[in-house]
Each structure stands twice: as structure tokens, then as C-alpha cells.
Design a protein around this ligand. Structure first.
Ligand code: M6R
Length: 617
């Protein structure tokens, strides 16, 4: 959460920072600010509201300079006000600082600093950081061997801090310099042509450079107009590794679409192709993964899998559980990462631990990964963002390769997680008792998924019409069974997060045990009713809803013989293999939620109270 940008170079830092903040807005968008260092003074503009609001204030103020920092906020401590927006400035006006994360011991630090005469303008936890730096700076000898007084003051401060942070700091005594640091909050350094950009996310710097250094936890980076250096909290120098970003600015632009969510929904056929490229064996009967760092025979020894994730990724894990148990006959457990990290769950030596996370920065998922590693388990990550904390800390993993996902509501990342889950199920099943020919059939089915998704997307216009009809309701139920029960949960999550309609997902047969009390003509139900073994049972559940006057949207497979009149609206998806069904079934619920939210006039890409990656607990 929160977006950070810092710039050191020869260009106008303000416009570069504002452009970066605009691209980072999906990380938090309740307030924003920019500060430049100019003529040994700090010049600051910050405002509650969106980056556009800040841009107007910046233009009015004629803010300019070649070194600066900017921030877009997702409030944790303190309400959404101009004062609580970042950057924060120390009470001696020497330091300005932006922060992503939470300082857990801020109250003790504030009491200590208040006793020393430091004053505070905001209700944030962050403001203690710039004042603590100022405090250490005042005490620091003019030059510490090999490192500047500026860097050492930041280092000393961070040694006293409990919590998480990605920070960037300006100091009036060090024109043209920025000090940054991270602990459990992402920070990337872009190495440009005579310029450096520090950002919490590559999207803020990819328009200027594709050469990046992914900072690690506990590292401090010092930028000057001519070079940069990295050291640790313990003062050890670090040799930087410069990586290349493999996607370009065009991948993170809207193009002809109105919203990123719409763009990302329609990108899914290509995203799936990218996620499966090179991942099938030469004989076409199983999956193969390059980055697992675990041999096939070690994989074969595993007797249980544990998956941890949050939100939409957790739903993808539930589908994966179904497919692995169904095809590979290995017990799988799925837990919310936020629960697992505190639950002290028993794991045994033959358990392989997986985390799934689009961003690779979700703090709860990262904490679950660390907890599993602490207990000695090998941890595999399914993750989209190359170089993310989760990708770097896992023992091995599978990248989703779907390019940047900007819309807060996850779509293409979800279906690619479903695809990778289906491939893991195939990989393990083929090591056990799935036959060669069943393997070939499974692989061919997965290869066909992008075209089936393409075909389903052609229903967009019809789904838009249905969405208009249902946009006025305040409650909705999503019902599915087996591998489509998690899709019901996903449908409900998608709808509530972007349209603010109260929605719940249930296994269809559970309705009778309570939720059916909600059913009336005011509460529509979206049913997944694919052809298959329990089709008739699902139809019975639909009849029960119909008998209670509940409107029904049915998502069914072509030629399913859904009895006439049981559903008010029907969306057909192509018939497909069990491993592909959840991927194809995701499309109608994504489109339905999207068009309902648009119809209700909601800000689809920036839903209220949410941010794209949740880097605070
Ligand atoms: O980046 P991650 O996959 O770890 O994110 C997990 C959730 O925060 C995320 O899926 C969230 O639920 C989305 N907003 C859902 O659309």
C-alpha cells in the first residue's frame, strides 16, 4: 500500500514524480504529496485526495527542482487530511520523508522525541521517523568513516524502529541526495541515464529506465547526482545486482480501454498463453517448471501440500486444492496466510508449502512464507511480479508471466493462478497414477483454454445488458459446487469490492442451512450450473430459490438442458475439461461485476478503502 517515488538527476523532478505517482495510484489514493530540495530548503505541497488534485496544487505553487520525493497514501494511522499526507518534514525543517509501512513503536518514539523538544504536525506513525533522523543527525559527528552523516542518521534511526518500512529521505544539508531503505515494504532503484529513481513499484520508473536494483530487507541506498551505494543496517557494503525489467511502459497503459480492469479482463487469452509458454513436456503429457529448485523425485516424495494466500489468490488455491486432490490424489490444505502465520499449524516433513500472490508483496503471505521457512519447510511461490519479496525469499517458484496487473480487482492474475494450479495438479498426477493418454488429453485441454476464454469474452455485450438489469440490487448471492464453489466466493468478492453491493458466495447445497433466509425478489443469485455429475442437484437448488421468488442468473455450459424458466437470465460458457472449467467460468463473473460497477458509476480501478497490494497487516 502507498506509493513512493524519489528522483535524483538533471530533469524536472516534479513532473517525473507526478507521473510516477499517477502510475502508483493503484497502491493507495487518499492523499498525495511532493517535496523538492532547492537551495538548501525544502519546498512541499501535499493534499488530501487524488494525484490529479495534487498536480493542480503543484502547478499553482510552481514547485520545481531536480531532487525530490513524492507519495500517494493509503491511510493507516490518522485520517485523510492534508496534514497526514506525506512527505513529512522534521520539526527542525532539515529532513523530509515518505514512508510505506507501519511503525509499530511510534508512540514510544514520539514520547521520547517530544521530551527532547521535537514537535509533530500530523497523527501519523511516519512523522516520528523524520524527527528521529533529525535527532540522530544533531548528535552525529560531522563525518563517519566511509559514510555520510546523512546516511548514518537514517541508519541509527532504523535500528530503533519496529515495524515495516520503505522510505525515501531528503536532507537540506545534502543537496541532490536521497537516502532510501526498506524492511518488508518493496523498494526498487531505477538506474537511468544520469539519473536515479527510487520507487515502491517498477511501474513508476519503467518509462525512464528498465535497469533496476531490487533492494533487500535491511538495505539502505544512498543516491547522489553521480552515483549510488548500498549498505546494510550493520554498515556492511553491498555489491548491487542490476536486473532488467522485461515488460515495457505500454504494458501498464490503458490503451483503448476505459479501465485497467476491462483491459486486463480482455487480455486474459494472451495472459494464459504467456503463463503456459514452455511449460509442457516434449511428449505433451505433463507440465514442466523451470524454477522449482526441487527435483522430480523430491516432489514425488511429498505426501501433502499446504497452500497459503489472501483474497483472490486464496480462491485460486481452493480451486488448486480441488484439482490436485481430484487428479493427483494427494491431500491439500489451504489456509488464509493471515491465519496461518499465527496459528502454529502442524506441518510434517513430507509437506510441500506453497504461497500464491500476484504482487509478491502481500505482508500476510510473506509472513506465512517466513513462518513456514522458519519451521524448516521448502516453500514454493506462485507469483506474478519478478523480483518481488516473495519471489526472492521462496526456495523455488513459478512466475505467472502475465505482465503488470494494475486494476485493484484481480482478473488476469487470478485466471493465470488457476492455470498454474491446474498445471501443478497435472505435474503431480502424472508422477502418480495419471496415464500418458489422460495426461495428453489434460495438456491439450489446457492448451485450448485461451481460445475458450476468447470465445466466452464474445459474450461481453450480452453480459453488459444483464448487468444493467441487476445493477440496482443491494444484495446478491453467488452459488457453485466443487471446483466452482471457490468461483462463487470470487464472484462475490469481485462484485463487492468494485460495486459495493453486498454479496456472499456459498456452496449451492449449503443454502438450505441458513443463507436461503436471505432469498427474496430483492436478492438475486448467480448460479454456476455446468453440465456434469451433479447438474441435477444444482438445478434442484435453483428451483428452491425460484420457489422463493429469488431472481436467478445461471452460468451454464452450452447444451446443458437447463429446464426452461428456472433462470431469469442465462450466460452460456463452452463445455470444457474439468481443469479448464474454473478458468472459463471466471470470465462471466468478472464481466458481470465490471459492468454492474460501471453502471453504478463506481471508480472501478480505485475502489474505496482498497489498494492493490496489501503491505500492512
Ligand atoms: O498480490 P496478492 O495476490 O497477494 O493479493 C492478494 C489479495 O490482496 C488480492 O487478491 C485482493 O483480494 C484483490 N483485490 C482481489 O481482487
Amino acid at each position: 500500500m502507498c506509493g513512493i517515488v524519489g528522483y535524483v538527476g538533471k530533469q524536472n523532478a516534479v513532473s517525473i514524480i507526478l507521473e510516477g505517482l499517477k502510475r502508483l495510484e493503484y497502491r493507495g489514493y487518499d492523499s498525495a504529496g511532493v517535496c523538492v530540495e532547492k537551495g538548501r530548503k525544502l519546498d512541499l505541497v501535499k493534499k488530501a485526495g487524488r494525484v490529479d488534485n495534487l498536480a493542480k496544487a503543484v502547478a499553482k505553487h510552481r514547485l520545481a527542482g531536480t531532487t525530490g520525493i513524492g507519495h500517494t497514501r493509503w491511510a493507516t494511522h490518522g485520517g485523510v487530511t492534508d496534514e497526514n499526507a506525506h512527505p513529512h518534514v522534521s520539526s527542525d525543517e532539515k529532513f523530509a520523508l515518505i514512508h510505506n509501512g507501519v511503525i509499530e513503536n511510534y508512540a514510544q518514539i514520539k514520547t521520547f522525541l517530544s521530551g527532547k523538544g521535537y514537535t509533530f504536525q500530523s497523527e501519523t506513525d511516519t512523522e516520528v521517523l523524520c524527527n528521529l533522523i533529525a535527532y540522530h543527525y544533531a548528535k552525529e559527528p560531522a563525518r563517519t568513516k566511509g559514510h555520510s552523516r546523512f546516511v548514518e542518521s537514517v541508519r541509527k534511526t532504523l535500528r530503533h524502529v519496529e515495524g515495516t518500512y520503505g522510505i525515501a529521505v531528503l536532507c537540506v544539508d545534502f543537496p541532490g541526495e536521497i537516502v532510501g531503505a526498506r524492511k518488508a515494504s518493496p523498494l526498487i532503484l531505477g538506474v537511468g541515464d544520469n539519473e536515479y529513481i527510487l520507487a515502491s513499484d517498477a511501474s513508476a520508473l519503467v518509462s525512464r529506465t528498465q535497469n533496476v536494483v531490487y533492494l533487500k530487507d535491511g538495505e539502505i541506498v544512498h543516491l547522489t547526482p553521480k552515483n549510488f551505494s548500498i549498505s546494510t543496517l550493520d554498515q556492511a557494503d553491498v555489491s548491487p545486482v542490476v536486473d532488467k525489467i522485461t515488460w515495457s511502459i505500454a504494458d501498464s497503459e490503458l490503451g483503448k480501454h476505459t479501465h485497467f480492469m476491462e483491459k486486463e479482463i480482455f487480455e486474459q487469452p494472451t495472459a494464459l498463453e504467456n503463463a503456459m509458454r514452455g511449460r509442457f513436456s516434449a511428449d505433451g503429457s505433463t507440465a514442466q517448471f523451470g524454477g522449482l529448485n526441487i527435483t522430480a523425485s523430491e516432489f514425488r516424495e511429498m505426501e501433502r501440500f499446504m497452500f497459503c494466500a489472501c483474497g483472490t489468490a486464496w480462491h485460486a488455491c481452493l480451486v488448486t486444492e480441488h484439482l490436485i486432490e481430484r487428479f493427483a490424489r494427494i491431500p491439500v490444505e489451504v489456509d488464509y496466510a493471515s491465519e496461518f502465520r499465527y496459528r502454529n499449524s502442524p506441518l510434517d516433513a513430507r509437506t510441500l508449502f506453497f504461497v500464491m500472490s500476484q504482487s509478491g508483496e502481500t505482508i500476510d503471505t510473506l509472513a506465512a512464507l517466513r513462518e513456514a521457512k522458519r519451521k524448516g519447510y521448502r516453500v514454493m511461490a506462485v507469483n506474478n511480479v519478478v523480483g518481488s519479496s516473495i519471489a526472492r525469499e521462496a526456495d523455488g517458484g513459478i512466475y505467472q508471466h502475465v505482465g503488470p496487473e494494475v486494476g485493484v480487482a484481480s482478473t488476469k492474475a487470478f485466471t493465470s493462478q488457476l492455470l498454474i494450479g491446474a498445471m501443478i495438479a497435472l505435474y503431480v498426477a502424472r508422477m502418480r497414477d495419471m496415464s500418458f493418454s489422460d495426461g495428453v488429453g489434460y495438456v491439450n485441454a489446457l492448451k485450448g483454454a485461451p481460445d475458450l476464454v476468447r470465445k466466452t469474452l464474445k459474450q461481453a455485450a450480452k453480459i453488459k445488458v444483464i448487468a444493467k438489469k441487476y445493477a440496482g440490487y443491494n444484495d446478491m448471492l453467488f452459488l457453485g459446487r466443487l471446483s466452482l464453489f471457490p468461483l462463487a466466493l470470487e464472484g462475490a468478492l469481485k462484485l463487492k469490492e468494485i460495486s459495493y453491493i453486498h454479496a456472499e458466495g456459498y456452496p449451492a447445497a449449503e443454502m438450505k442451512h441458513g443463507p436461503i433466509a436471505l432469498v427474496s425478489e430483492k436478492c438475486p443469485s448467480v448460479f454456476f450450473a455446468p453440465k456434469g455429475e451433479i447438474f441435477s442437484k444444482i438445478v434442484s437448488s435453483m428451483q428452491e430459490i425460484k420457489a422463493r421468488k429469488g431472481p436467478i442468473i445461471a452460468i451454464t455450459t452450452e447444451g446443458s438442458d437447463l429446464p426452461k424458466g428456472v433462470a431469469d437470465d442465462v450466460i452460456e460458457i463452452p463445455e470444457c475439461h474439468e481443469a479448464v472449467l474454473p478458468i472459463v467460468a471466471a470470465i462471466p463473473i468478472q464481466l458481470l461485476s465490471y459492468y454492474i460497477a460501471v453502471e453504478r458509476g463506481c471508480d472501478v480501478d480505485k475502489p474505496r478503502n482498497l489498494a492493490k497490494s496489501v503491505t500492512v497487516e
